[in-house]
Design a protein around this ligand. Sequence first.
Ligand SMILES: C[S@@+](CC[C@H](N)C(=O)[O-])C[C@H]1O[C@@H](n2cnc3c(N)ncnc32)[C@H](O)[C@@H]1O
Length: 254
Amino acid sequence: MKSTTESGVPGTRPEGVRDEREAAARVREMFGRIAPRYDLLNHLLSLDIDKVWRRRVAKRFSAILHNPAARVLDLCCGTGDLALAFRKEAPAGAEIVGSDFVPEMLLRARAKAAALGAGVTFFEADALALPFGDVSFDLVSCSFGFRNLANYERGLHEIFRVLKPGGVAAILEFGEPRGKLFGSLYRFYFRRVLPRLGGLISGNGSAYTYLPSSVSKFPSPEALQGQFERAGYSDVQFERWTGGIVTLHTASRP
Ligand SMILES: C[S@@+](CC[C@H](N)C(=O)[O-])C[C@H]1O[C@@H](n2cnc3c(N)ncnc32)[C@H](O)[C@@H]1O
């Protein structure tokens, strides 16, 4: 099924793929290959700022996380760092579940949760066809995963479906800093330095070429805001962090 949106970007399309099915297969295979070095590279290439961003998301939703009756889903959880930051924010609070469609990522997420004694459950699941019932969660988050979905519109509908009325969706994604000097420096780093370093350390050059290319094709914050609104969300907002390197999108299910 091919779906298009007003932003003209149906979903991620890694180089050379023809349709959604191939895009999802390519993304899955790529993350399976880089899983062993994923954390190391995340922290190294972002100079550890990724940890600050995840902590900031956790602080933002502290009220939900501290409610023991609340249920929270972290989509595209990878090696589990956002779900674990949620647990750290509220050790005895909400039920926290993480899901991802790459088993090699989930293995690492489960090992980290066990080592920390953190109560988080991890499931293998495709974000575009979640195995959760309607109206199940108070917060659905997704850090650096949404951009990789083969169909953004379906991703937003699926999040909406599993949210309770009044529940919140929170998507943290990379953006492109706009300031002239900072923007140019960042683009040089992101497009030239990061793919080389990432390729060298992970042994997978294409994954770290895909990163800047997928960010440059991803809808702008304004376009994604429009997609949220068309999907039926209310109170749709976004804020740029760290000079626009990342954007936090938030929206509620009415
Ligand atoms: C860049 S990583 C982000 C991981 C983690 N959220 C973080 O903050 O580090 C993207 C993750 O999205 C997952 N992913 C991409 N498309 C997915 C899909 N359709 N369903 C489930 N997981 C998906 C990948 O397997 C990968 O683990």
